[in-house]
Design a protein around this ligand. Structure first.
Ligand code: NDP
Length: 241
């Protein structure tokens, strides 16, 4: 999910390999993906979906799973789409903004994971779910109370699903990707210091070249996704590898 820009866009390109079938869910298309996939022997279908809309998301998932090959060796779901908004301290937050963040960062990955588990049940295949979390879900940040809470929620959801699936079911990980040079970071740098007191730190990290490139992180995540021990450490951080 969230394949049109940022980390998701880099992940889609990195996942293009002969024999792979890719399906994406975002509001916008990845402009270079179709040509890149064709050049790498990958079948790709970009499904338009606003993941804050549960009904639209359900319809898009049903379309996606209806055309999914049933004979793959491995099925992977990557829940990557996310928003850092609303940025602001409690006391200034608006109902719609809170609801949108919860819908995109929490409800959509839960719904997608649930449908993925059901749609791949009974298939003789390796099944993996990778939730893109954040260090912000593990350490509080002033001005990011909604974002931090959504990522903490996805960490706990991951732990609960792992318990349900046991040793022979779907393997699931919630992975923090580090600080990456994406449009989300530009959005953070455009916020106001009264809304986000750590703003200067984020501007400094950008100015001193401390942000990872999306392509580098995507390559490391694709390698992580293929690890034999995937799922053993369900709350993980790509910076540990
Ligand atoms: P970007 O904001 O750069 O990209 C977000 C992606 O999510 C876009 O492809 C966008 O596609 C999609 N998206 C946003 N809203 C919706 C929606 N309503 N419906 C469907 N898709 C949507 O984010 P990043 O690439 O930086 O972040 C990717 C993930 O990594 C997120 O989960 C984020 O929380 C996490 N992360 C990022 C960090 C960073 O430093 N960048 C640090 C830690 C975690 P479209 O607009 O086409 O719908």
């Amino acid at each position: 999910t969230g394949a049109s820009r940022g980390l998701g866009a880099a992940l889609e390109l990195a996942l293009c390999r002969p024999g792979t079938h890719l399906a994406t869910l975002s509001r916008h298309k990845h402009t270079r993906l179709d040509a890149h996939a064709a050049a790498h022997g990958t079948v790709v279908k970009q499904h338009p979906a606003d993941l804050t809309d549960a009904a639209e998301t359900t319809r898009a998932i049903d379309r996606l799973f209806a055309t999914m090959p049933r004979n793959a060796e491995r099925y992977c779901l990557i829940n990557n789409a996310g928003t850092v908004d609303p940025i602001g301290q409690s006391g200034t937050l608006r109902a719609d903004d809170i609801a949108q963040a919860l819908a995109l960062n929490v409800a959509a990955p839960m719904l997608l994971t649930s449908r993925f588990i059901a749609a791949t049940a009974g298939l003789r295949a390796d099944r993996r779910v990778l939730n893109i979390s954040s260090g912000a879900g593990r350490k509080p940040m002033a001005g990011w109370s909604v974002y931090c809470s959504t990522k903490a929620a996805i960490d706990m959801y991951t732990r609960s699903v792992k318990l349900e699936q046991g040793d022979s079911g779907v393997r699931i990980v919630s992975l923090a990707p580090g600080v990456i040079d994406t449009p989300m970071q530009a959005r953070i740098r455009a916020s106001q210091p009264d809304a986000f007191p750590a703003l200067d730190n984020f501007k400094a990290m950008h100015a001193t070249g401390q942000l990872s490139s999306p392509d580098d992180v995507a390559a490391r995540i694709v390698a992580y996704l293929e690890r034999d021990d995937f799922g053993q450490t369900e709350i993980d951080d790509i910076r540990n590898y």
